[in-house]
Design a protein around this ligand. Structure first.
Ligand SMILES: [Zn+2]
Length: 150
């Protein structure tokens, strides 16, 4: 790391410790030329993009999950998988462009349904309409049954 005092590019790390919040590594460095000390911080660069589920829980966005749901919804429909891939890309872009780095799954679900409707008049209809980011139509029906009061 370039010395802030003399510009020399070689140094040695004399101390290395985690910040109090645990979100950064603080390194004390010593310039090999002028021997002055300076500090560098190492942080995680990539914060994952999150989705907020209906129950408020968050999980990291997973595009394979979106694709799995779409493939399930279109199982017996004449929808080319390249078109489904395009939907997944749109959804991914939507999540990545969020300034808060997170999007609700309900919005994602709406988005998927809208695109799907444009592609195929049947795939989006009930019982297929159960498709959301969270689960396939079938799983959702089962979950609803399990949650129904006895
Ligand atoms: Zn120096």
């Amino acid at each position: 790391m370039k010395c802030p005092f003399c510009g020399f590019i070689e140094d040695k790390v004399v101390d290395s410790r985690e910040s109090r919040e645990g979100d950064a590594i603080r390194r004390r460095r010593e310039c090999l030329k002028c021997e002055r000390r300076f500090t560098s911080y190492e942080r995680i660069d990539e914060i994952p993009h999150m989705v907020i589920k209906k129950d408020g829980r968050r999980e990291s966005f997973d595009r394979t999950k979106v694709m799995a749901g779409l493939l399930r919804a279109c199982e017996k429909r004449p929808v080319p998988s390249a078109k489904l891939d395009a939907i997944v890309n749109t959804v991914e872009k939507y999540v990545q462009e969020s300034p808060e780095r997170e999007r609700p799954t309900s919005k994602i679900g709406e988005m998927i349904m809208r695109r799907l409707k444009e592609l195929d008049k049947v795939a989006w209809l009930p019982p297929f309409r159960g498709l959301t980011y969270e689960s396939s139509g079938r799983n959702r029906t089962r979950a609803a049954r399990n949650q129904a009061p006895a």
